[in-house]
Design a protein. Sequence first.
Length: 100
Amino acid sequence: MVGIVAAIASNFTNNLPMGLIAATTSHAAHVPAQITGAILIGVDLGPNLSVTGSLATILWLIALRREGEQVAARQFFRLGLVVMPPALLLSLLALSVVQL
C-alpha cells in the first residue's frame, strides 16, 4: 500500500522531490527495509503514469518533439494506465516474496 501511495504522489509532485521526501521520512522513522523498498519502487515506477511525474519523461518528450514526433499528454497517460499499474503491482509482489 505504501508503494502505491508513493507512486501516485510522484505524479503530483514529480519523482525527484517525492523521492527526497520519502527517503528523509523513512530514514527518520526507521522503517523496515521492505517498506523502504516499496516506497522506492513506487517513486521509481509511479511517474510513468503521467507526463509531469518525471523529469526524465519531460526531457524525452522534448527530444521526441525536436525530432518531429508528437506524443500528446493524453496518449502518454493512456499508455501509462496500461503499463504502469501491472508493473508496479508485480514489482511490489516480488518485493513481498523476496527477503531483503
